[in-house]
Design a protein around this ligand. Structure first.
Ligand code: AMP
Ligand code: ZN
Length: 665
């Protein structure tokens, strides 16, 4: 087989494995084997640029290049659906259709997935374009982002699909992905997504498709459009689409009368809570495409379909008090303390109030009876007040004017809804929060030190900021809170080890407002040392890709503060990486000459790509799979079980990243 033939074979195999995993949920090979095939394909494609294919499985990883979206006109407009909220309105719809058609008809009942809609075009069995709904007439071309969604086929199965067609569906962020993303954002004090729908549409509009790829979106397809569809039945067409490789919901049912529709609704009203993705109703569609054409459209919606929306669950309870929480950045969040009440299967005691404007708008008084909803939100929110039951003695909720933790007068920045405690250096939750952020996994990754330990050290006056950590000794901490010598050593070693953490993560660890993980990388690339960053002008910052005024000003503000400059100086003295690692050829050695190294798992200090580069620059060879020729395996966490097994069988040495980096020192 030639290399070119092998490329074709690998692409086909990887498309199939992808489908098995993401659409059928039935993988046939291990992740490790999948990675090895993908790696082989990447290498071959690098050697054969003439074989470039926009739909190769390697295109799914996305790219760091930011893109602006081009607007594209829809061939068929993307309309919305008329909404109903009661069975009697469903009956009205049913009777309207019967009257207009004056013949028998079937309805296809489907779940209404609550994400963001998308229209995909396929030509000759290949994915060519993805466009958002936009204003219904034209939308954004988000093709590159959609390619990263693994359950969307890039190449179709079989050969009996129409030469050209569109397929529409909903892009979704599954609940577990959504919750993990919000947990991470909460840790970084970035604004949370209110629900999976916002998270999905926000993600789809990101300019960096590599970030989109990391967000693990999914998609259900629910409508085929085109001139040569296989069947007159919409439901039957979807079944065909499933054979071509699309992920189509299995819950769709054809109903012949209203009772069957009601049964479908009442079953899914409760059962939907067990689904991995958000739904907000049922969609009813006249099944025959011929009948759909007969019924036609109003200006905004088809006459042949309707949405039945589920009731958001709501409860009425009493507002006892409002407390104010202070986070790492000093942001003050109001929280409503409620009379405990049952809602969507859980007891709700607290609800988020977000900011002062929202409290004003609700016109909240202490002691009020308030409506609480959970809907798609993770944290319940107050959606209204029952003013008829308000007592004259109920006092209006006033937003705190001073910090509940340190007493400082709160400030509100121009154009921002949040209030802040400005007392960064003496407000305990801010001090502790900053240290906790500094040591967190994605920052300095100091293991063995959790929030309780930070709290303990802080209470005892051992640390006041991140730089103090590097002054700690085993003697300082052993014996505290029953801490043994061994644990104390582990902590100190962990702290010392963090001095190797690369510069870009140090930038992130500083906890500059609005400088999250990704921004920190961008900033570190543009300003490869902390001194350059500290001295950067506003103009220079603004000229950096993806850095807007908000971020630039925040960086300026951070370094304008004498206390922050001192902290950075002390961290520098402690020996942290305050410069980007040198990349030039002669910095590297021949230490890995003749060695074949396999990379596996997830790493803390460098990305897999970086390790690949390090291996190659030091004279070693990076291989995709383990064999008797493998010199050793560079293993991070989560190394696949099959890889472990194979390594053990062949007696290949497994090395962790610390040992590997030491080897190169
Ligand atoms: P709305 O946005 O409330 O007007 O509802 C219309 C939207 O529902 C469509 O644009 C789709 O994004 C979405 N939708 C979700 N599931 C379905 C489905 N099974 N069939 C049609 N539309 C759906
Ligand atoms: Zn404070």
């Amino acid at each position: 087989m030639t290399e070119i033939e092998r490329i074709g074979q690998l692409r086909q195999a990887l498309h199939q494995h992808n489908y098995n995993y993401y659409v059928l949920n039935a993988p046939e090979i291990s992740d490790f084997e999948f990675d090895a095939l993908m790696h082989e394909l990447q290498e071959l494609e690098k050697r054969h640029p003439e074989c470039r294919d926009e739909n190769s499985p390697t295109m799914r990883v996305g790219s760091d290049i930011s893109q602006d979206f081009v607007q594209v006109a829809h061939k068929y407009p993307m309309l919305s659906l008329a909404n109903t909220y009661s069975e009697s309105e469903v009956a009205d719809f049913y009777n309207r259709v019967r009257k207009a058609l004056n013949e028998d008809f079937e309805l296809c009942c489907e779940l209404k997935y609550d994400g963001t809609s998308i229209s995909l075009t396929y030509r000759d069995g290949k994915f060519v374009q993805a466009v958002t709904r936009g204003d219904g007439v034209k939308g954004d071309d988000v093709t590159n982002n959609v390619k990263t969604i693994q359950s969307i086929p890039l190449v179709l199965h079989g050969n009996d699909y129409p030469k050209e067609f569109e397929i529409r569906g909903e892009i979704l962020m599954p609940w577990d992905v959504f919750e993990a993303l919000n947990r991470e954002r909460e840790e970084q004090e970035e604004p949370l997504f209110a629900n999976p729908r916002n998270a999905a549409s926000g993600t789809l509009k990101l300019q960096n498709s590599a970030t989109v790829a990391s967000r693990k979106l999914d998609a259900y397809l629910y409508y085929l459009l085109g001139d040569h569809l296989p069947h007159d039945g919409h439901y039957e067409n979807l079944k065909e689409a499933e054979k071509w490789g699309f992920k189509v919901s299995h819950v769709a049912r054809k109903c012949r009368n209203l009772q069957e529709v009601y049964d479908f609704i009442s079953y899914w009203d409760t059962e939907r809570k067990n689904l991995p993705v958000a739904t907000d109703g049922i969609v009813l569609k006249v099944n025959s495409m011929r009948q759909q054409r007969l019924l036609g459209y109003t200006a905004k919606t088809p006459r042949w379909a309707i949405a039945y929306k589920f009731q958001a669950e709501r409860a009425l309870t009493r507002l006892h008090s409002v407390s104010f929480q202070v986070g790492r950045t000093g942001a003050v969040t109001p929280v409503a303390n409620l009379e405990p009440v049952q809602l969507s299967g859980t007891v709700v005691k607290r609800a988020s109030l977000h900011n002062a404007d929202i409290i004003k708008k609700l016109d909240l008084h202490i002691g009020d009876m308030v409506y609480v909803e959970k809907g798609g939100e993770i944290i319940p929110k107050i959606t209204g007040v029952d003013k008829s039951s308000r007592l004259a003695s109920n006092k209006e909720v006033e937003f705190a004017t001073t910090c509940p933790e340190c007493g400082a007068t709160l400030v509100r920045y121009e154009g921002e809804a949040a209030s802040y405690c400005p007392n960064e250096s003496h407000c305990p939750p801010q001090i502790k929060g900053k240290i906790e952020h500094f040591i967190s996994r994605k920052a300095m990754n100091i293991d063995n030190v959790g929030p309780e330990t930070v709290d303990l050290f802080y209470q005892l006056g051992l640390i006041h900021d991140a730089a103090d950590l590097y002054q700690l000794t085993v003697d300082d901490i052993k014996g505290l809170d029953r801490m043994g010598e061994k644990s104390a050593e582990n902590i100190i070693n962990g702290i010392q080890r963090s001095k190797q953490v690369p510069y870009e993560r140090v930038v992130f660890a500083l906890g500059i407002r609005f400088v999250g993980e990704t921004v920190a990388k961008t900033v570190a690339k543009a300003f490869p040392s902390i001194d350059e960053l500290a001295q950067a002008s506003l103009d220079a910052l603004l000229h950096t890709d993806e850095i807007g005024a908000k971020i630039a000003e925040s960086i300026m503000r951070y370094f304008a503060d004498e206390k922050n400059r001192q902290l950075v100086e002390r961290l520098k003295k402690a020996g942290l990486q305050m410069k980007a690692a040198p990349k030039s050829e002669n910095e590297y050695t021949e230490k890995l000459k003749g060695q074949t190294i396999v990379i596996s798992g997830v790493f803390a200090k460098h990305s897999r790509e970086e390790y690949k580069e390090i291996i190659e620059k030091n004279g070693g060879k990076n291989a995709g799979s383990i064999s008797s020729k493998t010199s050793f395996i560079l293993a991070g966490s989560n190394m696949g079980p099959s890889k472990l097994e194979k390594a053990r069988k062949l007696g290949v040495r497994i090395m962790d990243e610390d040992d590997f980096l030491k080897l190169l020192e």
